[in-house]
Design a protein around this ligand. Structure first.
Ligand SMILES: [Zn+2]
Length: 226
């Protein structure tokens, strides 16, 4: 097996709107492996575990959360697939673990594969900034340019700076009520992971209220990319 070639794993922690996804995309561009549960379930669930999509749809239609052990199996299978198909050596975990049970499982799987976690990056950002980033976000219906009504609005109200169109799209799940629910789930289930990784000596706080360029520089310098 090629598992011993694998150098280490990075865990990304932080609330919605903290900018994790943007930073993960920078690392993907550098060739890092990303293990994202959301992506696995959406794109190739049936390749990872036959019958997976049907199971997921059943669980979701009945309003149930997917069980920790099920999610953990999905992650493990995806990692084994990636290990057997490539020569890249660093795993980034995005959207997993979301609970302490999942984090304990991840520790066990990584131990089995001889892959140490080197960093748990905690994207630290205030609720106020999260609210402005997420609920203020909209895009031009014509050219797709992204704006934020609090942070970077159009220069002329209701006119796209790039193409002059005046129709805009607001994402439906970006509204305030939905965000409050997602944040309260984060505080209840995922925030305990901060002390979990702190106790393991792996936690690195990232000031996620800075611009994405500044955050990228901070992360790249921590992991030794210039
Ligand atoms: Zn436009």
């Amino acid at each position: 097996m090629v598992v011993n070639l694998c150098d280490y794993a990075i865990v990304m922690l932080g609330p919605p709107g903290s900018g994790k996804g943007t930073q993960v995309s920078y690392l993907v561009d550098l060739g890092f492996h990303v293990v994202s549960v959301g992506d696995i379930l959406r794109s190739n669930g049936d390749t990872v575990i036959p019958g997976l999509n049907a199971t997921v749809m059943d669980a979701m239609s009945s309003g149930m959360l997917l069980p920790d052990d099920f999610i953990c199996d999905v992650v493990r299978s995806d990692m084994l697939n990636k290990l057997s198909s490539g020569d890249k050596h660093i795993f980034i975990f995005d959207g997993f673990p979301r609970t302490v049970v999942q984090a304990e499982y991840l520790n066990a799987v990584l131990k089995e594969l001889s892959i140490p976690i080197k960093y748990a990056f905690n994207f630290d950002v205030s609720d106020d900034i999260v609210f402005r980033r997420i609920t203020g976000r909209f895009s031009c219906a014509s050219c797709g340019r992204i704006y934020n009504k609090f942070l970077c609005n159009t220069k002329i109200e209701n006119v796209c700076d790039s193409c002059g169109a005046s129709e805009f799209i607001f994402r439906s799940d970006d509204n305030e009520e939905s965000l409050k629910t997602r944040l309260s789930q984060y505080y209840e289930k995922s925030k305990p992971l901060v002390s979990f990784y702190q106790e393991m000596g792996l936690l690195f706080n990232i000031n996620a209220s800075l611009s994405s360029d500044d955050v990228r520089r901070e992360i790249f310098s921590k992991i030794g990319i210039s």
